[in-house]
Design a protein around this ligand. Structure first.
Ligand code: 5AD
Ligand code: SF4
Length: 481
């Protein structure tokens, strides 16, 4: 499952380098996970060939696309609110067309057209190559819908246009879909079955980013550890592959090694890992390559075996501990973060205490915590009553958020007095006189700008910290520079 960008956060409308011959204007914004942001770059690339440049001015757009998330009800409500805003803008810009992409498009399908009159176009995550045809339909006055999920589509042949403007970090998607069927999760329904992208096209994209002077890439997938290339096709059909295909298949550890060795100066991150699929060879590849960051996002969802089982997470609490122990044994300073859900059906105070004790064992660097939100169509929605009162979910949530705050503080304090390598990404939000970047463990570091610039690798001595940020001063370029 993909790391999520908080649904309370406004969607991000980003722009690409304009092409002078393009006359039409596309406003595209994304909600939800990094995969959605990455998909929007594929969409912008497809539409750039159709005469569209991106704009950040909603009022001047010919086409507005919103890439949506269904993970929790709140994420969907945020998108509905945005549609109201588009509606208001359409009064002054009546020719503007509106399309919905992503997970909500896939979940609601043509129902969207009935429920939201402003919507002209509904396109699911595997149908973006059909956008030019669908837009033609809309221009001829018809609504258009394509929500067909695919067995093969990985968009490996499309070179994304980069909508992130810092020119330093980029996302590279490696798998699509998810086969895990966690009972709370809508993703297998909105993004389809799991399939992996050709390693050759991944390496080409990474090499291209290096040529363009990108310094950090994040390999993306709902479940990266499950990556498996055997010539194309669904992961679940691997069992029927030929002996030759089986013998030459590439798994995630092998892919990670290939990418790290293809570009030894590029920082490599990946997200998201699933404890049931993460193998020791991945951790060993991380340890053996200095450019692979020492950071793992390892969602656990609950510390109670009973809940894990009910969630169809295929590992126990003890197995999770032993994975954590192995990570810390092989990479002692590895940063680890989590996702946790409170108030899953039938969760008792004892189950909740199990989550608390698990957190105390791991002392995560940071985490993403959510109250359970029942999603229509999921196994949990069909089989279990959403029986934990909202106040209880919220109270448990605030308890784990407070505990995480303590652990984050404990973790950042471990860096006091130490020197860490930082890749500069942007000016600090709080002070224009400071740079902001991250260390290998993915913790944000801020320090005075001096003569350094975005994209530099700098050694920073840490003098102070909050629970979320290290504060320091640069002591020189790092050897990676
Ligand atoms: N309710 C609450 N949180 C959810 N997540 C996924 N589905 C739900 C849901 N129905 C959380 C999980 C996942 C993260 C991306 O979102 O913790 O890892
Ligand atoms: Fe990403 Fe879709 Fe999942 Fe939201 S529901 S986190 S957009 S895969």
């Amino acid at each position: 499952m993909e790391k999520i960008i908080d649904e309370k956060q406004q969607g991000n409308s980003l722009v690409m380098e304009p092409k002078t011959e393009n006359k039409r204007k596309l406003f595209i914004e994304s909600y939800g996970c990094q995969m959605n942001f990455s998909d929007s770059e594929i969409v912008a690339s497809i539409l750039s060939k159709e005469g569209y440049n991106t704009t950040q001015q909603l009022e001047e757009a010919d086409l507005v696309l919103v890439n949506t998330c269904s993970i929790r009800e709140k994420a969907e409500q945020t998108v509905r609110k945005r549609l109201e805003k588009y509606n208001a803008v359409k009064r002054t810009n009546p020719n503007m067309k509106v399309g919905v992409l992503g997970c909500m498009a896939e979940r609601l399908k043509s129902k969207f057209l009935e429920e939201e009159k402003i919507v002209d176009l509904v396109v699911g995550p595997d149908a973006y190559k059909d956008l030019p045809n669908l837009i033609n339909e809309v221009e001829e006055g018809r609504n258009a819908v394509n929500v067909i999920l695919s067995k093969e589509e990985t968009y490996g042949d499309i070179s994304p246009v980069r909508l992130q403007t810092n020119g330093v970090s980029a996302f590279v998607s490696i798998t699509r879909g998810c086969d895990n069927m966690c009972t709370f999760c809508v993703v297998p329904f909105t993004r389809g079955r799991e399939r992996s992208r050709d390693p050759q096209s991944i390496i080409e994209e990474v090499n291209d980013l290096a040529t363009k002077e990108y310094k950090e890439i994040t390999l993306l997938g709902q479940n990266v550890d499950s990556y498996l290339w055997y010539g194309g096709g669904l992961k679940k059909d691997f069992k029927d592959a030929t002996p030759m295909q089986k013998a030459t298949a590439t798994n995630f550890a092998a892919l990670l090694k290939m990418v790290a060795e293809a570009q030894p100066k590029m920082r490599i991150r990946f997200s998201t890992s699933n404890p049931q699929d993460m193998t020791l060879d991945v951790i060993e590849v991380m340890a053996a390559h200095r450019n692979i960051c020492n950071y793992i996002h390892l969602p656990v969802q609950s510390g109670s075996d009973k809940m894990l089982k009910k969630m169809n997470r295929l590992h126990t609490r003890e197995e999770y501990f032993s994975l954590i122990d192995n990570i810390k044994k092989i990479i002692p300073d590895c940063g680890i973060s989590h996702d946790i859900i409170t108030g899953f059906p039938t969760e008792t105070e004892e189950d909740h205490q199990d989550t608390i004790s698990l957190m105390k064992y791991v002392k995560y660097d940071f985490g993403f915590m959510f109250a359970y939100s029942e999603r229509p169509g999921t196994m949990a929605a069909r089989k279990f009553e959403d029986d934990i009162p909202e106040e209880t979910k919220k109270r448990r949530l605030s308890e784990i958020v407070a505990l995480q705050q303590e652990h984050s503080k404990y973790r950042t304090e471990q860096f006091l007095g130490k020197t860490v390598e930082v890749l500069i990404e942007k000016a600090s939000k709080k002070s224009d006189a400071h740079w902001s970047g991250r260390n290998t463990q993915n913790t944000v570091v801020v320090f005075p700008k001096e003569n350094y610039k975005v994209g530099d690798f700098v050694n920073v001595k840490v003098n102070d910290c909050t629970s979320a940020t290290l504060i320091g001063e640069a002591v020189g370029y790092s050897e990676n520079n």
